[in-house]
Design a protein around this ligand. Structure first.
Ligand code: ZN
Length: 254
């Protein structure tokens, strides 16, 4: 039986729900330059442009077309039924994990549904799209809220808590993440270092796939329901047997 599980999710699990994802290869994010919409400098230059950019994402999330998929639901089920400790760390800024029912969740790159006071760092839930009227209630004078999103050059959120969870986990699963963005790309090393089993769930082998002990190739929505059932039945993946799943190909690294 596993006692403590840490799960890292990335863009792949949200893409299956129809959310367009960040593409770093061409340095563009949905036709915008990254430096214009995803840096503190870009925001200082043109806050309206940055707000409009996140408002488009916000609207996409709230237009009724986007729903959590079987992958999100499987992780929520795991949290509900698993006896031990569990933490889902997501790189995604959408709220699909919450909508699926996950609560032990950490948004290391922030949340689209919140604005943040630039002075106190207190966060506020946005009930409607961003605008100059969104100000904090923690300061005098009230401060204009900024998107509660971690931009390039900024520190991810909750690294101490994540580190603590990784130090003592016995299972680490990375799902739908490219493995190119640090510090998240290094979580597998920490988990390996502390003797955890490490599994990658991905459509393709990601950049750091060789660091994982096991690979499950496929969509999160197809792989996770079965993997979660195995974990809940108390089946531990052993190094000697690679038959953790009946229908999915589990490949041992190397
Ligand atoms: Zn404030």
């Amino acid at each position: 039986m596993y006692r403590q599980i840490v799960i890292l999710t990335g863009a792949g699990i949200s893409a299956e729900s129809g959310l367009r994802t960040f593409r770093d290869q061409d340095g563009l994010w949905e036709e915008h330059k990254i430096e214009d919409v995803a840096t503190p400098e870009g925001y200082a230059r043109d806050p309206e442009l940055v707000e409009a950019f996140y408002n488009t994402r916000w609207s996409q999330l709230h237009n009724g077309d986007v729903e959590p998929n079987e992958g999100h639901l499987a992780l929520a089920k795991l949290e509900k039924e698993f006896d031990g400790e569990l933490l889902v760390v997501t790189q995604n800024i959408d709220d699909l994990h919450e909508r699926a029912g996950s609560r032990r969740l950490l948004h290391m790159h922030g949340e689209l549904s919140k604005g943040r006071c630039p002075r106190s760092r207190q966060t506020f839930i946005l009930k409607d799209p961003f605008g100059p009227a969104h100000t904090c209630t923690c300061c005098i004078p009230a401060q204009r809220l900024r998107p509660h999103v971690v931009w390039f050059g900024e520190m991810p959120i909750g690294l101490d808590r994540i580190q603590h969870a990784l130090d003592s986990c016995d299972l680490f699963i990375a799902i739908g993440t490219s493995g190119t963005v640090y510090p998240a790309a290094g979580f597998v090393d920490t988990a390996n270092h502390h003797g955890a089993q490490t599994i990658e769930v991905n459509l393709v082998e990601a950049d750091r796939h060789s660091q994982f002990q096991y690979h499950l190739q496929g969509k999160a929505s197809q792989v996770l329901p079965e993997l979660v059932d195995k974990i809940l039945k108390g089946q531990v993946i052993s190094n000697s047997s690679c038959d953790v799943t009946d229908s999915l190909v589990l490949k041992s690294a190397n």
